[in-house]
Write a protein that binds this ligand. Structure first.
Ligand code: LFR
Length: 474
């Protein structure tokens, strides 16, 4: 039997959880849950890193109070964002900028003037998204970048604070669009081509790397002793995909949360004219796999509506949305939805502009969002089939969004494929089990078996003839 701690930082909330692995099954107990989100100051959007660190320390203290013997701890979070550190390891530039900060507007075009789009894609295989680390770096004040000593991705920063070791973990490095999947290292030609300082990011380590013991400072602050800090798959989506309870072939996954990440697992990156045209991403997964996927705007759209409406009971809202008929279908990846805004108004505007019925009530607006997400998911599944030549029969939906029966049903019906929903806590489970594998307590190939043995899944079968889905996705 072994115990491990997972620190999971999501865009809207964070958790510290204790996992117990025993007899090939994993049980997970959430010790501490705390809210997260952007903090706006002087027109800039940041993450509250010090506030998050305080919550992490509190969670670790609760872990110490359980009195259990815990072997290891590891952090995962959203991708692309980074901290710049000075030579003493101090945070520079006001902390970590949020990827939804509008500073990246226009930076992709600047990058394409420095290096052709095709070449950037050929070297990285990463979906062009305005907030990729590469474009955030282009938006940095050049003097700050020059003055910086080190850049650490968010989970790497937390690992640095936990144990003093500064490295970049591979799954998250792959999201920067500065990483070459063929060499599993930073791409010198990309850094040079975009004029970015190559020395900032430290060495890349694979998921499941033991970094070292918890620092004496953190041990004293929390009362925890004897733990190793282990880099899991630090990109939350990579941890979630590691815990997809699939076996065999013919399956895709959706990591469903603030974003919907829709993809398949491949043995090698798929980087060609077709994947470029479809703007698919090739992010690194565990065990040398590739996560060939696409970012879809996801439940962020509902979260933003709820923020504006002051609604916190999501379950009630989804239940109401299930009682209204299907409405307009819009493109959830319209650029206007990216930044925090009047989301209901933006949804209504796009419905109006596209000549469709404009939803009025809250449930109608949520219904338009869910219908639109389901249609986009269905289109991406077709694209993935086209690009890989592999049929997809089953779609595993994992993460918080897997609890939304309405969305699962819509995905099933619109795509005409079986949906298997769960686990809700895939990210935590992937994080915990990759730590266990790093300590030799599991074979890497056993992670999914343990998840299957440990969780309850729900199956949604297509109830109607699939609607025609257009597979042209931008
Ligand atoms: C999901 C996620 C996505 C990434 C987005 C921004 O939480 O990590 O994979 O594209 O957040 O970092």
């Amino acid at each position: 039997m072994s115990r491990h701690l997972a620190i999971d930082l999501g865009a809207s909330s964070g958790r510290v959880a204790l996992g117990t692995l025993e007899g090939g099954r994993l049980s997970t107990r959430i010790l501490h849950r705390f809210p997260n989100g952007g903090v706006q100051v002087q027109g800039r959007l940041y993450w509250d890193m010090l506030g998050l660190w305080r919550e992490v320390l509190h969670g670790l203290k609760l872990a110490a109070e359980t009195g259990e013997q815990i072997s290891s701890v590891g952090v995962n979070s959203w991708a692309v964002d980074y901290a710049l550190l000075d030579a003493q390891g101090g945070l520079m530039g006001g902390g970590v900028r949020h990827y939804r900060d509008p500073r990246t507007t226009g930076q992709m075009d600047r990058a394409f003037a420095l290096m052709p789009r095709e070449e950037i894609y050929a070297r990285t295989g990463i979906q062009f998204l305005p907030f990729n680390t590469a474009y955030q770096w282009l938006a940095e004040d050049p003097e700050t970048l020059q003055a910086a000593h080190t850049a650490l991705m968010v989970p790497d920063l937390l690992h640095f604070w936990l144990c003093g070791v500064a490295v970049t973990e591979q799954t998250n490095a792959s999201t920067t669009q500065l990483y070459d999947p063929n060499t599993a290292d930073w791409s010198p030609s990309l850094l040079e081509g975009l004029g970015l300082p190559a020395h900032l990011f430290p060495k890349i380590v694979p998921p499941g790397t033991v970094l070292g013991p918890l620092s004496p400072e953190v041990a004293a602050l929390t009362g925890l002793t004897g733990l190793q800090v282990i880099a899991p798959a630090t990109h939350d989506t990579a941890s979630a995909v590691a815990a997809v309870p699939a076996s065999g072939s013919g399956w895709a996954y959706i990591s469903s949360g603030t974003w919907s990440l829709v993809g398949v697992e491949t043995a090698r990156p798929v980087i060609n004219a077709d994947s470029l045209r479809r703007n698919l991403t090739n992010e690194a997964g565990v065990n040398h796999t590739t996560r060939l996927l696409k970012n879809i705007m996801g439940l962020w759209m509902v979260q933003e509506c709820c923020r504006l409406w002051g609604v916190t009971d999501y379950a009630a809202l989804y239940a109401e949305a299930a009682t209204v008929p299907s409405g307009a279908v819009i493109d959830p990846d319209d650029a206007r939805f990216l930044a925090p805004s009047d989301m209901p108004g933006q949804v209504q505007a796009l419905c109006r502009e596209s000549g469709q019925a404009v939803p009025q009530s809250r449930p109608q607006i949520v219904r338009v969002i869910l219908d639109s997400l389901a249609h986009k998911v269905a289109a991406v599944l077709k694209v993935l089939e086209d690009v890989t030549g592999q049929a997809i029969q089953t779609v595993h939906v994992v993460g918080g969004g897997s609890q939304i029966a309405l969305l699962n049903g819509l995905i099933t019906d619109v795509s005409g494929r079986t949906v298997i929903a769960g686990p809700v806590e895939a990210t935590l489970e992937g994080n915990l089990l990759v730590q266990a594998a790093a300590l030799g307590l599991l074979k890497p190939g056993q992670v999914r078996d343990v998840v299957r043995a440990s969780v309850n899944l729900k199956t949604f079968l297509p109830s109607a003839l699939p609607s025609p889905v257009h597979s042209e996705v931008s």
